[in-house]
Ligand binder design. Sequence first.
Ligand SMILES: Nc1ncnc2c1ncn2[C@@H]1O[C@H](COP(=O)(O)OP(=O)(O)O)[C@@H](O)[C@H]1O
Ligand SMILES: [Mg+2]
Length: 414
Amino acid sequence: MRQSALFTKTRREAPRDEEAKNAQLLIRAGFVHKEMAGVYAYLPLGLAVIEKIKQIVREEMQSIGGQEIIMTSLQRKELWEMTDRWDDKKVDVWFKSTFKNGSEVGFGWSHEEPITDMMKHFISSYRDLPAYVYQFQTKLRNELRAKSGIMRGREFVMKDMYSYTADETAHKAFYDSAIAAYLRVFERVGLGDRTFLTFASGGAFTQFSHEFQTLSDAGEDTVYLHRAKKLAINKEVLTDEVLAQLGVARGELEEAKAIEVGNIFDFGGVKSKQLGLFYKNEAGEEVPVHLGSYGIGITRLMGTVVEALSDEKGLVWPENIAPFALHLVSLGKDGDEVSRAADTLYDDLVKAGKDVLYDDRDLRAGEKFAESDLIGIPKRIVVGKDAAANGIFEVVDRATGAVSRESREKLLAK
Ligand SMILES: Nc1ncnc2c1ncn2[C@@H]1O[C@H](COP(=O)(O)OP(=O)(O)O)[C@@H](O)[C@H]1O
Ligand SMILES: [Mg+2]
């Protein structure tokens, strides 16, 4: 894409009403637009990042048997009453409204209830199990505090997956494969080294739920890390009993701030029983279906990458989720030799199937480099006089600042 055609612009100043580093940088670089506290629109560059993260998550969910669907945002009150989660005292993030006929409707903050109710149409026998479904959806939550930028939205994209299995054993096997898939996701988005499988409270039968916590000073959670075992324990479950169970000593743990990027949960048969999702087993008995629930905050993950990897010059995207792989920056003036060399290289890179943002604008070099640093594309190719005269291009690595000089042939071969 030619940058002269991109409708968004970068800004020098951070917006005054935004305290979170992730949102400040993303707004300055033109990735997101703040509509109100906790509510953000995603612009072309931001959307490209979101779509790349989603595609990684999609591949990993498919690899463990997940099938993609999209549920509705409007939800029936009756279903949430059946599980005692309609009451605002039980769930404090509900947005609700009323239809013109006066009946109430909820805006989806989560989807266990409607998905489980829907599955009654498809699951009645042991032959129908297992089933694994997932979606990417905009969740609506009336969050009390929305000061962490895109990491705590009142409207945000979540991937939520639900597993329907016959029993504890089948559930456990899938649950473990989901843990492995989640760890692959965090690795692929560039957070593998700082994301920890974390023991947290909850779970119907198991004593724990599992969170995935990424170390960051911007985190709202406190965790206790065991670096050698690559696990963490959430503050709320840090007891002598749990330490003994996990085989770790208090003195080996390190307190740290972290961001909850994912959460997986075992509901056992409880919710299925409440909502009436039973199957007939081989002995002909009616048994509640075992439910597991698996969330990743897609937009939160994007914010976490910004918090973790950006530097004083701006955003730094890992290759796998960068909006573009290459930032081609021309130092030429309209129609001169340098700009013609840049045009030609741009055409060649596009033909070679590369994802390129081409800064073809007539601006000062310093201004272009500062903007390029702010946007944070992994590799910058600079086309200056040397390119026009000798076919040599300067390649700058955004993360390390390392500079190399490459011939056009070597560049294209890469
Ligand atoms: N307000 C939010 N904004 C952005 N992402 C969120 C928000 N709330 C939750 N998430 C993401 O969705 C995942 C699943 O949510 P869940 O565990 O149900 O939320 P919570 O921990 O707030 O009860 C979380 O691990 C987190 O990554
Ligand atoms: Mg959670």
